[in-house]
Write a protein that binds this ligand. Structure first.
Ligand SMILES: [Zn+2]
Length: 461
């Protein structure tokens, strides 16, 4: 009984509730919840925050939440990761697996420049559709997928993708939709930098990167000003994050597939740093040659992909996957295509982005070391008060970011557990000691009584 009581107290302290992640216990309905603005600055590597100065971003999270390091999903490319942020699913589950895909059944092809066929997107329900299915509206500016008729619906308000539309115009449209139509509950904004500069100059070009990152920070300042001007700041929940990081590449780190294999025996669906290979006939001969091709490239048969990558269970994953080591580039023509790249193993810190948040739902001045990018989806569903679709995220990993969640630091919980155990041990020892003393003091008295009785008997007789 005592143990059960103790455990329930501890669970209450930790704030654990078993039903928490099933998605049904929404404490706040969509109708009552403030809108949510989700912003992605493409290719914002987590440690840029330590290397460069971001006065506006600093101001943004000083009064909110900062997560230093976000483990994203494999492949660490733009489209797979933006769809994971919006669905809480690994790439193998949402079906947007890479920048270039091929579907063996329909023979359809996908690329980031040819992405409008809903076929590629329909395996998942992104959060903007869940908001619409709950009877509310969404607004989007260039976020991948939002201008496509996924399950027959685009975002309610959206801008067709056009890289020439500047940040102010994207933001201006979103704040206009948010202020003019009160039924907009989610707004979602995408910006191409610092990814573009990272690819062009490489993340180690500090002169170019500091210029690009200053512009990103200026845009964050613009975002806060605009929200203030339109009366939305402090009323709206804002999340600023990214899809992946960036690593320096070099022409000294090239893996040319043509040096290992005749190009007539296979087709390349996607090339670098994760290549998707379709052998034309003899799978095992192609695999064996690729396996020995280069010490800085791993070759996997689809069925043998490591479980941790969650990159196996989808028809669109090709029979052989090649994964280059950090900073290495797979090529077919011997030339380095980009000075910076991403897409590598998602366990690499250089591939990770950060996350910051501000608004009435979030704690103020709260800092968390890490989370998974798929955890963002259940967090957003909780904030918006909508039902979660099945997903790979864990709300408990991010619950402490929210102001309305009971949350005690792990160190405090461990301290309380140790304190309670010491107290219980002390009480047990004291109890035993008193019992022993009690017994030892009662025995002579009993014996005395007996002896007196014994003594009395002869007198009576
Ligand atoms: Zn990207």
């Amino acid at each position: 009984m005592l143990l059960r009581g103790l455990l329930s107290v501890l669970f209450a302290i930790c704030g654990f509730t078993i039903a928490e992640n099933t998605g049904n216990g929404t404490s706040q309905s969509v109708k009552d919840s403030p809108p949510l603005l989700l912003v992605s600055f493409d290719g914002f590597r987590a440690d840029y925050l330590k290397q460069y100065s971001f006065p506006n971003l600093q101001k943004f999270f000083a009064d909110g939440v900062l997560v230093d390091d976000v483990t994203n999903v494999f492949t660490t490319k733009t489209f797979p990761n933006h769809y994971s942020l919006a669905t809480g699913l690994y790439a193998e589950s949402h079906g947007i697996l890479a920048s270039h895909m091929y579907d063996p059944e329909t023979k359809k092809e996908f690329s980031v420049a040819n992405d409008t066929d809903p076929f590629w997107w329909n395996e998942a329900t992104p959060i903007w559709l869940s908001v619409q299915n709950a009877g509310f509206k969404s607004a989007a500016a260039m976020w991948p997928g939002t201008d496509i008729k996924i399950q027959n619906q685009t975002a309610t308000y959206f801008l067709k993708y056009n890289s020439h539309v500047n940040f102010e115009e994207r933001l201006g449209n979103l704040t206009k939709w948010l202020t003019e139509d009160k039924s907009v509950r989610i707004a979602i904004l995408y910006w191409e930098e610092p990814d573009r500069s990272g690819h062009m100059y490489g993340p180690e070009n500090t002169t170019r990167m500091s210029k690009a990152l200053k512009e990103v920070d200026d845009n964050i300042g613009l975002l806060m000003d605009q929200l203030n001007r339109t009366g939305l700041w402090d009323k709206i929940n804002v999340i600023v994050t990214s899809d992946h990081g960036m690593v320096q590449c070099s022409d000294k780190k090239l893996i040319d597939l043509n040096t290992c294999l005749n190009s007539s025996v296979y087709t390349v669906v996607d090339l670098t740093p994760v290549a998707a290979i379709r052998p034309l006939n003899d799978y095992s001969s192609v695999y064996n040659k690729l396996r020995k091709c280069h010490p800085n490239m791993k070759a996997y048969l689809k069925a043998e992909m490591p479980e941790r990558l969650h990159y196996k269970n989808n028809e669109r994953i090709q029979p052989i996957i090649l994964v280059a080591d950090e900073g290495w580039t797979i090529v077919l023509d011997g030339k380095l295509p980009r000075l910076g790249d991403h897409g590598y193993d998602n366990s690499l810190a250089s591939m990770h982005p950060f996350l910051a948040a501000h608004g009435p739902a979030f704690r103020k001045g709260y800092r968390q070391q890490s989370m998974n990018s798929v955890d963002l989806y259940p967090l957003m569903c909780k904030i918006l008060g909508i039902l979660e679709m099945p997903n790979n995220g864990t709300f408990n990993n991010v619950r402490c970011m929210l102001v309305n969640q009971t949350c005690t630091e792990l160190a405090v919980v461990v301290g309380i557990v140790i304190g309670v155990l010491i107290l219980l041990t002390t009480l047990t020892c004291l109890f035993r000691l008193m019992k022993v003393r009690d017994m030892s003091s009662s025995r002579p008295f009993a014996r005395l009584e007996l002896e007196e009785d014994d003594d009395d008997d002869p007198l009576l007789s």
